[in-house]
Design a protein around this ligand. Sequence first.
Ligand code: EPU
Length: 424
Amino acid sequence: MSEHFDVHGGARLVGEVEVVGAKNSVLKLMAAALLAEGTTTITNCPQILDVPLMADVLRSVGCEVVLDGDTAHITTPSELSHRADSPAMGKLRASVCVLGPLVGRLKKAVVALPGGDAIGSRPLDMHQNGLRKLGATSSIEHGCVVAEAVGLHGAQIWLDFPSVGATENILMAAVLAEGTTVIDNAAREPEIVDICTMLTEMGAKIEGAGTSTLTVEGVDTLHPTEHRVIGDRIVGATWAFAAAMTRGDLTVTGVNPHHLELVLEKLRLAGADITTFDGKGFRVVQPERPLSVDFVTLPYPGFATDLQPFAVALSSVSDGTSMITENVYEARFRFIEEMVRLGADARTDGHHAVVRGVDKLSSAPVWASDIRAGAGLVLAGLCADGVTEVWDVFHIDRGYPHFVENLNRLGARIDRVATEPDRC
Ligand code: EPU
């Protein structure tokens, strides 16, 4: 049975909302638990669909995983399977992050190609090249990445692009390689700092977390740890955009505002009053109609591609014209087709979009194509006349814990409905 949301337009969001652990961190931390025999405990886990899926991936290679509310207990045996090709692998992108730990520990891995959002081409060449530099062979065979090494040794690795996933996989193999690995042009996202922190707690030797150069001194073994996931900056930013779009007043806790400096600055330019609470959260008050602002997506500390749909949604109801440039995933502008159904005045040309703000959007049935596009359509629906039906909401459930419940508590009216759509 399909589910959709009926989003009633005209809401103003007011109140306080707590953000829990980051999806794009917890899934990698769960994979990192493969590196140490024994029980690793991860707290502040978000209750989203991808966490039990990742638990299934870990079980498929021999771990015991107990999910207890916001805590994951992962028991990794001494004998792991090198074969991660269960059906859960194809349901999320982060499943590929078992590759690095399996190669690190077993010097051998067969890992099914991952699934995840249809947001553009997502090759694994940098992951494979990095493992090759560490001494492994790597090929794609029968839908799986196959990697094997006699022994892993430290290496100098330059990434063509600061890929989050490639940085994580190479890092997780390098922590158990012999000698020193230097990863240049490494990703600098807060989630990379989080995994470096956890690996260091497990006994790894890593320098440079949060910079473009990571230096890893390989060790013989790692030990389990207990680690708290950092707050989800993308979810935190979603609430910030929600406040700005609905001319609301939201206090967001559980997320470090330093991870959102550029986002909050953009919203300031759009006319929001912003207060930050050191390391803990922030408040966004939008007194008037937002003003148009330009956005350019780039790896961290640039404006995150995951927030591009919210930039488009905000621009579509702002006063003036915005230019939005997408530099990471070419297919993310698909979202604009759905926004046009809602009456947005937006067009794309290559990796640029021009959005002229309209006074009000008008409700229509729309389809979520990925997690962030889905959440963006819900926020747009709050700014539309009438009731907007948002379909394929399973995407939203993969990334946003209790999204509808939180929105309704803050002043929205959204119903989750289980029926078949009437496509127009
Ligand atoms: N790329 C390559 N070759 C590679 C790896 C990446 O060409 O070997 C390219 C990609 O095609 C893309 C760019 O590099 O153009 C960036 O990709 P990256 O590897 O950084 O992305 P990822 O690790 O696959 C994570 C998040 C995404 C987020 C991106 C960028 C997870 C599970 N996913 O993906 O999050 O958009 O980083 O910040 O961590 C989301 O949460 O909605 C989401 C899609």
